[in-house]
Write a protein that binds this ligand. Structure first.
Ligand code: SF4
Ligand code: SF4
Length: 76
């Protein structure tokens, strides 16, 4: 069950992969099939339900692309 929900401002992402490198559950990747308005392949979430809400990705992002909504969704 997801313990955090990511809100990604895709058009601000520069595809630096820092967030991908610090995610403990390895659910982040670049979106190799799409580019944002800057021409970068932005980060995307592969398995949102596995997010543990640790905020590592949001903290390390140099461009404040990621916001995390914390929540306990155990009830469904
Ligand atoms: S909050 Fe933590 S677990 Fe969730 S995507 Fe970011 S780094 Fe991964
Ligand atoms: S750290 Fe930020 S800018 Fe870099 S890939 Fe992740 S979301 Fe994009």
């Amino acid at each position: 069950m997801a313990r955090g929900v990511l809100i990604i401002d895709r058009n601000r992402c520069k595809g630096c992969e820092l967030c991908i490198s610090v995610c403990p559950v390895k659910i982040l990747s670049l979106d190799y099939e799409n580019a944002n308005i800057k021409g970068y392949q932005p980060m995307k979430i592969l398995s949102p339900e596995k997010c543990i809400g640790c905020c590592n990705c949001a903290v390390i992002c140099p461009d404040q692309v990621i916001e995390i909504m914390k929540g306990d969704t155990n009830h469904g």
